[in-house]
Design a binder for this molecule. Structure first.
Ligand SMILES: [Zn+2]
Length: 364
């Protein structure tokens, strides 16, 4: 095989064909694509543009995505059940997570129970290796290994081929919309789910809701920011608004260090824009330099956070924004075209993206 990096257009064409023509029995293949996209943002590729990804890291993503989906989905009339994620029997990952949920109320609590978490992740990893990993790239009976090659599977990890991580980074929003759209269609097409269809909340049930469950962060952020809006630095008189520093529409995950408290008006003006470098610097000083302080507070309230991931996502977002000529928000209706100065801010914090896959944090 050659290691010529795949171009973005070829990547997109192949991905589109895979989603349109691939044979999807369970929804695992969508979760797998989602995981590969996310890990491409969070980890540093090798010099040749490839990226080794442990199956355990993919499995952790699966648990994260399926966690809310393993709970009963309720229609407007109050009826409800756990949505079926396969055309046959219920997907094994859903059953495993539902079992974990009977012991642990939330994902951070489950994660903290190291041995059980390790067991769950290992079981999910086994399912990934048995099911979607080697089937994902088969379309119309032929295999097109454009993402990773089965022959390169080693040490329980796959290697994303050169150009693939870069394509996921450049096209992330597009890829995520396409993958989640196909995932949603698959669920609505499964006959067993029909009795619950017609509820317009299905998408936010499956993939989360920007405004959901952020209230728990408010008190921590208010204290941490000294009662001031991160953007305008003026006092917060009302409750304030929990804002995703890197907007939810760019990266739809709630992680503590990416959340800031702002005035409703500041939040409304910032919308989904990147904040301009002076805001970035303030976030870096407030949330990254004092990351462990925040982490302790999040932990005490079982709120999800991963400092390194928040850093990696910020780096990715600003890098893509600079390349695309993004407008960065200053205040009110003022914007500035994003230049390279953000690199001094985030680069000064050293730690770029995660350079190497994290060492296993589980007992052997
Ligand atoms: Zn403000």
């Amino acid at each position: 095989m050659t290691d010529t990096p795949i171009g973005e257009l070829a990547f997109l064409r192949k991905l589109q064909r895979l989603l349109a023509e691939g044979d999807f029995v369970a929804t695992y293949k969508f979760a797998l694509l989602n995981a590969l996209a996310d890990l491409s943002l969070e980890r540093e590729p090798a010099a040749d543009g490839s990226l080794r990804v442990p199956v355990s890291a993919i499995a952790e993503k699966f648990v994260e995505y399926y966690w809310p989906q393993a709970r009963p989905y309720r229609a407007l009339d109050g009826t409800g059940f756990v949505l079926v994620q396969s055309t046959g029997r219920q997907a094994a990952v859903i059953n495993a997570i539902a079992a974990a949920q009977s012991a642990h109320a939330t994902l951070p609590v489950a994660r903290a129970a190291q041995l059980r978490w390790h067991t769950l992740v290992t079981r999910v990893a086994g399912t990934i290796e048995a099911m979607p990993l080697w089937k994902l790239q088969t379309v119309g009976g032929e295999r097109d290994e454009f993402l990773y090659a089965q022959a390169e599977f080693a040490g329980e990890s796959i290697r994303l081929l050169p150009g693939v991580p870069a394509a996921f980074r450049a096209l992330y929003g597009l890829v995520l919309d396409a993958v989640r759209g196909a995932w949603l269609r698959q669920i609505t097409n499964i006959a067993a789910n029909r009795p619950l269809l017609g509820n317009s909340d299905l998408a936010s049930f499956l993939f989360g809701n920007e405004r959901a469950s952020l209230d728990g962060f408010r008190g921590v952020l208010r204290d941490h920011q000294g009662g001031r809006c991160l953007y305008c630095r003026k006092e917060l008189r009302g409750a304030g608004c929990v804002d995703h520093f890197i907007a939810w529409s760019r990266y739809p995950v709630d992680l503590g260090h990416n959340l800031v408290l702002a005035h409703d008006a500041c939040n409304a003006k910032k919308r989904d824009f990147l904040a301009y470098p002076a805001h970035l610097e303030r976030w870096q000083t407030s949330h990254l330099e004092r990351a462990s302080e925040l982490a302790q507070r999040f932990d005490s309230l079982a709120l999800p956070h991963e400092e390194m991931r928040s850093r990696a996502i910020a780096w990715w977002a600003y890098e893509q924004g600079e390349a695309a000529g993004a407008h960065a928000w200053i205040d009110a209706d003022r914007f500035v075209r994003l230049d390279a100065s953000w690199r001094d801010v985030l680069g000064a914090g050293a730690l770029r993206r995660v350079a190497e896959p994290r060492p296993p944090k589980y007992p052997a």
